[in-house]
Every structure is written in C-alpha cells, then in structure tokens.
Design a protein around this ligand. Structure first.
Ligand code: FES
Length: 275
C-alpha cells in the first residue's frame, strides 16, 4: 500500500507529523509489537465473505434456480386472435340464415360464446326487427350487399367491476316501459344493463356507455361471414381490454378453431333497471 503524505493543512495531525499509512475509511488493526505482526482485517474479512458466498452459491444454485421458476409462472394466452367458427347450441355451424330465422332484437333468451380465451364470454345479438328501422350497426354482419348487418357481439363481462352474464343482461324492447335512450340511430328501447351496479350499454353501437358507473364500453368482437357461416376473427382495435385482463389475449387458454353458443336461459321477464 502506498503512503499518502499528510496535507499541510491537516486539522488533526498538523504539519511535520508522520505520514498516513492508510486511506481514509479503511480499518486497520495494528499489533502491539508493530511491523511484522500487522494484520489487514479488511482484506481478511473480504476473503472470508468471498469464500462463504462461493460455498452457498455452489450448494444452493440449483435450488434457487428451481424456486425462481415457480415464482415466475409461465404466462398463459395467445400471440394473436384466432379465427374461430361459432357453433350453434345444437352442435352445427351457426349461419346468418339461422340467426335471422331464430334470433332477433325481441328475444329475451340470450346466447353467449367464449372468445378469444375460454374465460371470455361474449353476447351474440341479432338486432334485426328493431323498431327504429336500423339496417346496420358498427361491426355488424348480415345480409346487406356489403356484408354488413345487425348481428353483433360484445363482451359479456361488465367493464365496471367485472360482473359476468347473466348478471349483466341484454334487455329486449319493451321490457322496461318508458326506459329509452336517444342516440344518433334513433330512440332505442333495447340495451345491455348490468344488475350489479347499474351500468348500461348501447347494444346498437359498440356498447358505448348509456349510464355508469362504468367508464369504458364493452369490447366489441369482430365477426365475419365465411360461406354463410359466422366466425369471430378479432376484437375492435378501439375497444378496451376485456375486464379482468391486462391484455384480452392473456390470462387463459384460447378457444381454438370453434366456440359453441351457450343458452343462458335467463328469460328476462321483468325490468330490474332502477327508476
Ligand atoms: S359490475 Fe357492472 S355495474 Fe358494476
């Protein structure tokens, strides 16, 4: 170790005193006899610590690596939206023709299907027969020449605190007398309403908010018609993630190439919309 000359303005030692033998901050033990018995405690302690760390590392390395595997569980989800065919409750591919024959805006029986993950249910609605004469809605598919129409799908998980259908319900026209919402599409008397805390969504326009406390619309599923059958191919890019998921594609396994409708059998017969 090199010696450092004591500065001339040193307040403790003063000019003319012996030089420092160690840098500031280093602890040294000086043997009573001095010279040959001098022990550098700092250096010895550092060597001890290095030796102990080496033993622990060699013995516990494998164990620690294994533990870390369990601390960071593998993420479950999808890298991209699947192209998924919707299957009717009877087990056959769902067609636009069948939707228009059996389901309409007036039905109180609501169907859901999971997409894109197995724990993400969505309403499948057909707004054909609405009293406002609406012939197409955003993201709706159907019989129009350009493929547009009134068959739409929205997440069935409320964006407020995550109540899932049938707690969140589709209300057909007339179920809640006098309960209407004025929109650019006309005065609508059908809507999606959550009985948990009262959030209400526009079933005819990307499930935008009619009433809170939700501050986000329900995510909209992108549907497509292929050879007359109905497929889900993604979610609207303007939609928020499905409630309860940081990312709509993460958190569970994908539904695969087909997803069968579930009849909720809710059969809503009375209005629970608060007055
Ligand atoms: S969870 Fe639907 S309104 Fe609160």
């Amino acid at each position: 170790m090199s010696e450092i000359a004591c500065p001339t303005d040193c307040p403790r030692l003063g000019p003319g005193t012996p030089t420092w033998a160690a840098p500031v901050g280093q602890v040294r033990k000086i043997a009573p006899t001095g010279g040959a018995d001098e022990v550098d405690e700092t250096r010895r302690n550092v060597l001890k610590l290095l030796a102990i760390a080496g033993v622990i590392g060699a013995a516990g390395g494998g164990l620690a690596g294994g533990a870390l595997q369990y601390l960071q569980p593998p993420s479950v989800g999808l890298k991209s939206y699947p192209t998924t065919q919707l299957i009717d409750v009877s087990g056959v591919p769902l067609t636009v023709e069948r939707m228009n024959r059996e389901y309409s805006v007036n039905t109180s029986t609501v169907y859901t299907f999971n997409y894109p993950l197995v724990d993400e249910p969505n309403f499948l609605l057909n707004l054909a027969g609405n009293s406002q004469g609406i012939t197409k809605v955003p993201y709706g598919i159907g019989d129009n020449e350009d493929g547009s129409g009134l068959i739409v799908a929205y997440s069935a998980i409320c964006q407020h605190l995550g109540c899932v259908a049938p707690a969140i319900k589709y209300y057909p026209p007339g179920l809640c007398p006098g309960k209407t919402f004025t929109t650019a599409q006309g005065v609508l008397d059908f809507f999606i309403h959550c009985s948990c805390h009262g959030s209400t969504y526009n079933a005819a326009d990307q499930a935008h908010i009619f009433t809170g406390p939700t501050v986000l619309p329900l995510p909209t599923v992108i549907l497509k018609v292929i050879d007359g059958t109905i497929w889900a191919t993604g979610m609207s890019p303007s939609s928020p993630p499905v409630k309860g998921h940081i990312d709509t594609l993460q958190g569970d396994t994908g539904v695969g190439s087909s997803s069968q409708l579930t009849n909720l059998g809710q059969g809503i017969t009375s209005c629970t919309f608060p007055t």
